[in-house]
Design a protein around this ligand. Structure first.
Ligand code: PLP
Length: 467
């Protein structure tokens, strides 16, 4: 509402108390946030008036602006996203979507009390650390297992419990950074272990480790190069060699697998093999660590399996209390691991495996009706829509450089229209995220097939209408 631009406008500004009585602010009653928001809006109005801009003096209008401000400011920040990037385990988008069974387990654990730390047989306190242990032993062949908050914390726990004030020997080829701020040297320092680097970036031999092993050595560390590949003149040490050295010198060997896999990826998809946890255990490592939300397809978690005496030492360490997962994670992890007990139906149960497994024909069948439905709407906005080849990846620091042939919905047209479409999709509800490449906008179908097609169609329709 435009008022007159003279000083009297300021005197006509509504009082805070009056504005607070407006109906739109009822939902915020009892919170000091509403008062603060109204003051904030009035302050803006005052500034407008001082700048001789149209000034609001109607209490309803001020209240409605304050309500909008509050709604925007406290809108949920964790929004749903439809992933059209073709990156299956997309760390920025929350890694693995959970299975239906895991979702139900989370819901039940959230809704009621549970046996998180209660032994029903004995009628007394139990421990959360044994909740999924039996399944982990069956699935990996290890003697013992524990679950931490994530793989980084499982590794930190291993380093702290086994090597604090001692040396950790690690190859210079494995001093990796796993995105964000997770760097092997940092985590070593944090644990209080002293890192001893051996070998070179591209070549490390067992003799390099042997030279450094002494009574000051706490453990030998192997880190799976999960998000990069060194090619050319390379030489590495095999796990059996490292384990043999560890045994000879009485030093545990920790193998950080990163993603790790409980079943052979190559059998369920066109991708090459990712190291199996069971193989890493069979090679004799004292501890093998891996993530719960990478190829495993479950919730954020870090799993450590291995030798009984070593895992027990980790479990008893005070840091275990700091890095323990909560009940919701345990519920989801339990249901996820359960799916691996029946590997034949894995691709039907776990979204990550559904996406890895999907055949090009399936993707085509899924997408074709969607594209036909949208064709006219796209043309109206000056864009063409079609189906075309795309390359999906497993992501999540597993199988770098390896792509899965995939299919994508492609939008072509003037750059401005494409940019606008991309933005509208991104800001829509749900948000739809794709990628631009060589002047074409792609929505990879492999990472979208687990979602409801009609809902995606609606989201695309809305975005096209506004483009
Ligand atoms: C991903 C990864 C980690 C970190 O795992 P989070 O579960 O994200 O904490 C550690 N090591 C390797 C080799 C990884 O690939």
């Amino acid at each position: 509402m435009a008022g007159k631009k003279d000083k009297s406008d300021l005197s006509r500004l509504p009082k805070v108390d009056i504005v607070l009585q407006e109906k739109v602010l009822d939902v915020w009653k009892g919170s000091t946030l509403a008062t603060a928001a109204v003051r904030e809006v009035l302050e803006m109005v005052r500034k407008d008036a001082a700048a001789h801009l149209p000034t609001m003096v109607d209490p309803a209008e001020v209240a409605s602006r304050a309500a909008n401000l509050l709604q925007d400011r406290f809108a949920p920040q964790l929004r749903r996203v439809i992933n059209g990037t073709g990156i299956i385990i997309h760390t920025n988008l929350g890694r693995s979507p959970l299975s239906e069974a895991a979702i139900q387990a989370v819901e039940q654990a959230a809704r009621s009390y549970s046996t998180l730390e209660y032994d029903l047989d004995k009628g007394r306190r139990g421990s959360r650390h044994f909740l999924v242990r039996e399944m982990l032993l069956a699935l990996t062949g290890a003697e013992d297992a524990l679950v931490a908050n994530n793989n980084a914390s499982a590794l930190l726990l291993a380093l702290t419990a086994l090597s604090k004030r001692k040396q950790v020997i690690v190859s210079r080829g494995e001093l990796v950074e796993i995105g964000g701020s997770f760097r092997i040297p940092d985590i070593c320092r944090l644990s209080g272990a002293k890192m001893v680097e051996v070998g070179t970036t591209n070549r490390t031999r067992i003799a390099d480790y042997r030279k450094e092993v002494s009574d000051k050595t706490g453990l030998l560390l192997r880190v799976h190069p999960s998000n990069f590949r060194v090619v050319g003149f390379t030489e590495g040490v095999t796990m059996p060699e490292l384990v043999k050295l560890g045994e000879e010198s009485g030093v545990p060997v920790v193998n950080d697998l990163g993603s790790g896999a409980l079943v052979d990826v190559s059998k369920l998809s066109g991708l090459p093999r990712e190291p199996l946890v069971s193989e890493a255990v069979a090679e004799g490592a004292s501890v093998v660590t891996f993530s719960g939300d990478k190829l495993l397809g479950g919730p954020q978690a870090g799993i450590a399996v291995g030798r009984k005496e070593v895992i027990e030492k980790m479990r008893r360490h005070p840091l275990m209390r700091v890095v323990r997962p909560d009940k919701l994670s345990f519920a989801a992890l339990d249901a996820t691991l359960r799916a691996y007990l029946r590997p034949a139906s894995l691709a039907d149960e776990l979204p990550v495996w559904t996406m890895l497994h999907a055949r090009p024909e399936t993707l085509d069948e899924w997408a074709r009706p969607l594209v036909s439905k949208l064709e006219k709407k796209a043309t109206k906005t000056g864009l063409t829509i079609g189906l075309g080849d795309s390359q999906a990846t497993s992501g999540g620091g597993s199988l770098p450089d390896e792509t899965l042939p995939s299919l994508a919905i492609r939008f072509e047209g003037p750059a401005r229209a494409l940019n606008s479409l991309q933005k509208r999709l991104r800001l829509g509800e749900p948000s739809v995220i794709g990628y631009l490449k060589d002047g074409t906008f792609f929505l990879d179908i492999r990472t979208m097939i687990i979602e409801d097609r009609d809902e995606i169609c609606d989201a695309l329709t809305r975005a096209l209408l506004k483009t």
